[in-house]
Each structure stands twice: as structure tokens, then as C-alpha cells.
Design a protein around this ligand. Structure first.
Ligand SMILES: Cc1cc2nc3c(=O)[nH]c(=O)nc-3n(C[C@H](O)[C@H](O)[C@H](O)COP(=O)(O)OP(=O)(O)OC[C@H]3O[C@@H](n4cnc5c(N)ncnc54)[C@H](O)[C@@H]3O)c2cc1C
Length: 385
């Protein structure tokens, strides 16, 4: 195992290549994509060609077997650069969906999906949330009924699904046994986008993350082969729970990148902007505010790095990952709000990237488990149920 400092140095170099890629392939187009409300599919192919998808998958499945810290570094860097729609949807694809398949899929499923996910030919999504079930997934109503042929017939609907327009396949959480609580009667299915009866609903309009496509999905008697079951029948919740530490940590990583990017642009602005005859950066109240916010960002970064190191060793608990998610995303909310304030009226103008940092940050405390649910998990771990 490499010393963590050596890994940090390599990640710093890796991030430089990501920055160069972003300068060429994202910066000229990002505002247009945000206006159009869509990251084009061809861009995913460019990510794949540049080796920026699924880097931590083993080589036989299209990755380069890099430590998870490198995969996290991609989300981190895109967040720092202010491309939050990309970092969010890429995290779903590379850090969530690919790992479900890697850790719970059959060999056939791994070979069918993972290399194409790494190349950007396939985009993945995961559909848990329903109109009537978000925090409480026990309330899901989508059903998968076994047929004599061995296939399953899936009916129901999902909402708020990231990559909901662009995906080539989606992992669907459905009840396979309605007689028992969902925790014991739920199964995951890999559903291909062209499956008859699957409809991608309208692209939802959001207050931020405009180019990250988020959609409803409808399943009208979709027939899925038993070969498309991911993990064990009726054990979907166990499969989902195994991946929670990774999902929560990656959201915390994005929060750290976003805070650092917002602070960097704010510090530059404070040196340039003058009031009362001197740069804003000379005013003590502002200097203290920056000191406070940088402290918050650095302390969160240290804890998130600690979680990443534990995750790489498979030692990270769901409660500790929830602490990272809760702390880093709440800090992100405070920091981007504080940064925007220091831009004055300009901070409220769309032309200034800090405004996007602000609107795009809001969802971080909601998706991947809300802050309230994080507190439930953490308190149960400390105090018992
Ligand atoms: C942009 C975006 C992208 C998303 N992407 C995906 C995706 O790709 N796949 C997917 O499956 N889902 C996705 N989601 C859904 C997301 O995970 C849910 O919105 C989230 O889990 C909250 O569920 P909910 O919206 O139903 O809120 P609810 O569960 O209805 O919660 C409403 C409020 O009640 C609080 N609350 C609920 N239960 C408790 C409790 N026990 N104690 C205290 N407070 C509680 C919540 O914290 C919240 O403040 C996405 C959402 C958004 C906005």
C-alpha cells in the first residue's frame, strides 16, 4: 500500500490533467449546456476517451485499477472548477452505479456494462426515489412480479432520477415480495433504456444543476429477464446499504471541492474590489470571515480525506460516511452563502460564477440522504435505536 502522501502527490498531478481537459472540453461549452439544460451525450464519450470515467474499476472491466481516491479526485476537481452538474451526474455513473455492478453483479453483467461505462458508451443511472418514497424507501410501490417464464414484469414510477434522459440503463429498485416489509422483499434490476414499456418522463426543471438531466421514469409492464437481477432476489436493501459509505463520501468530496473553488474566486475578488478607498481584503471583518470559512473548508477536507483512506481499505462505516456528508455539505451551504455575500450585488448576478456555486450547492443537503436522515443514522450509531 502506497503511503498516503505519495498518493496525494499523484492525485495533485492527476487533477492538473483534469483541469487541462476541462479548459478544452468544458469551459467553452458549459454555459450553453446550462442554458440548454443538458450535457450532451457525446461529452460522456470524451470523458471516457480521456480516462475520466470509472478509473477505479479493475482493468478487465475497463478501468485502470486506480485507488478510489483518484475516482474521487475527478468529482473533486470538477466541483472545484464549478462544473457541478458534471461532477454530480458523473458521480452517479462512476462512483455509484458502476460499483453496484462491480460489487454485486454477475460476471456476465460486469462484462456487459462496466467496460462500456468506462468508455462512455453507456451512461448509468439508479432509480430508488418515487413520488411517495424518498427518505423512507420502505414506502416504494414499484413492483416486479415473477412470471412463469422466469422473467419479471415491472410496473410503477420513479422521480428525481439523475442522468434520467441520457442513461442507457438504469438500476431499478422494485418490490418482489409485497407480503413482507420492503427491507426484506425488494430486488434491484438492471433495466436497459430501450426496454418496451419504459418511458423517460419530462426533464425536471430545477433551481440549480441545470445541465444535469433529472427525470421521472415510468414502467408500464416492463419485462426484464432474471439475468438482469442485480444481487440476490429480495435482498435489494442489503445491496443498497453496502454502497452507502461510498455514496455519502463522494458527495462530501464534491462539497469540499466546491467550497475550495468558491473560496478561491472570492479571495481573488476581495483583492480586486475596492470600497472606502482600499481593497475589501483589507477590512478586518472580511478578513475574519475568510479565516472562518477557510478553516471550515480545511477541517472538512481533512475528515473527508480520512474517510477516503478508510474507504480505500474497506473500513469506512456508514455512520462515519454520514458524518462526512452531513458536515461537508452543511459547511458548503454556509461557505457559498458567505462567499456570495462578499461579492455584494454582483454575487446575485448569473454572470458571476459564485451565483451558480450557491444555487447548485443547495441540493447537496437533500440528495443522497438528507441532513436529517444523516443525523438519524449518526445518532442511532451513537445512542442505539
Ligand atoms: C437533483 C436531484 C437528483 C436526485 N437524483 C436521484 C437519483 O439519481 N436516484 C434516486 O433514486 N433519487 C434521486 N434523488 C432523490 C433524493 O435522494 C431524494 O429527494 C431525497 O432522498 C429526499 O427524499 P424526498 O425528496 O422524498 O423527501 P422526503 O423524504 O419527503 O423528506 C422531506 C423532508 O422531511 C425530512 N424527513 C424525512 N424523514 C425524516 C425523519 N425520519 N426524521 C427527520 N426528518 C425527516 C427530510 O429530511 C426532508 O427535510 C435526487 C433528488 C434531487 C433533488
Amino acid at each position: 500500500m502506497k503511503h498516503s502522501l505519495a498518493i496525494q502527490e499523484e492525485i495533485t498531478l492527476f487533477k492538473k490533467t483534469i483541469e487541462a481537459f476541462a479548459k478544452k472540453e468544458i469551459e467553452p461549452f458549459y454555459n450553453k449546456w446550462e442554458e440548454e439544460g443538458m450535457i450532451p451525450k457525446e461529452f460522456w464519450k470524451k470523458l471516457g476517451d480521456a480516462g475520466l470515467l470509472c478509473v477505479d474499476l479493475p482493468e478487465q472491466y475497463g478501468g485502470i485499477g486506480a485507488p478510489f481516491q483518484f475516482a474521487a479526485g475527478i468529482v473533486d476537481e470538477f466541483s472545484r472548477l464549478g462544473y457541478y452538474s458534471i461532477s454530480g451526474n458523473l458521480a452517479v455513473h462512476s462512483n455509484i452505479v458502476a460499483h453496484y455492478i462491480l460489487n454485486s453483479g454477475t460476471e456476465e453483467q460486469k462484462l456487459r456494462y462496466l467496460p462500456k461505462m468506462a468508455s462512455g458508451d453507456f451512461i448509468g443511472a439508479v432509480a430508488m426515489t418515487e413520488p411517495g418514497a424518498g427518505s423512507d424507501l420502505q414506502g416504494i410501490r414499484t413492483t416486479a412480479v415473477p412470471l412463469p417464464s422466469g422473467e419479471y414484469r415491472i410496473s410503477g414510477s420513479k422521480t428525481f432520477i439523475s442522468n434520467g434522459q441520457n442513461f442507457d440503463f438504469v438500476i431499478v429498485v422494485a418490490k418482489t415480495n409485497t407480503a413482507v416489509p420492503a427491507a426484506k422483499g425488494t430486488t434491484l434490476f438492471i433495466m436497459d433504456a430501450e426496454s418496451p414499456g419504459l418511458t423517460k418522463g419530462k426533464k425536471l426543471k430545477k433551481i440549480g444543476l441545470h445541465s444535469a438531466d433529472t427525470s421521472e421514469l415510468f414502467f408500464d409492464n416492463v419485462i426484464v429477464s432474471h439475468k438482469q437481477i442485480l444481487g440476490e432476489v429480495d435482498s435489494g436493501f442489503i445491496t443498497l446499504m453496502k454502497e452507502l459509505p461510498r455514496e455519502r463520501t463522494i458527495l462530501a468530496v464534491g462539497a469540499c471541492g466546491a467550497m475550495e473553488g468558491a473560496l478561491a474566486m472570492t479571495i481573488d475578488y476581495l483583492h480586486e474590489r475596492e470600497a472606502f478607498g482600499k481593497p475589501l481584503s483589507n477590512l478586518q471583518v472580511i478578513r475574519h470571515k475568510i479565516a472562518e470559512m477557510v478553516t471550515e473548508a480545511k477541517v472538512n477536507r481533512a475528515y473527508v480525506n480520512h474517510c477516503l483512506a478508510l474507504l480505500a481499505e474497506n473500513q469506512l462505516s456508514t455512520a462515519d460516511a454520514s458524518i462526512a456528508k452531513l458536515s461537508a455539505t452543511e459547511a458548503q451551504g454556509r461557505v457559498v452563502d458567505g462567499c456570495l455575500q462578499l461579492f455584494g450585488g454582483y454575487g446575485y448576478m448569473e454572470e458571476y460564477p459564485i451565483s451558480r456555486a450557491y444555487t447548485d450547492a443547495r441540493v447537496q443537503r437533500i440528495y443522497g440522504g438528507t441532513s436529517e436522515i444523516m443525523k438519524e443514522i449518526i445518532s442511532k450509531d451513537i445512542l442505539g435505536k
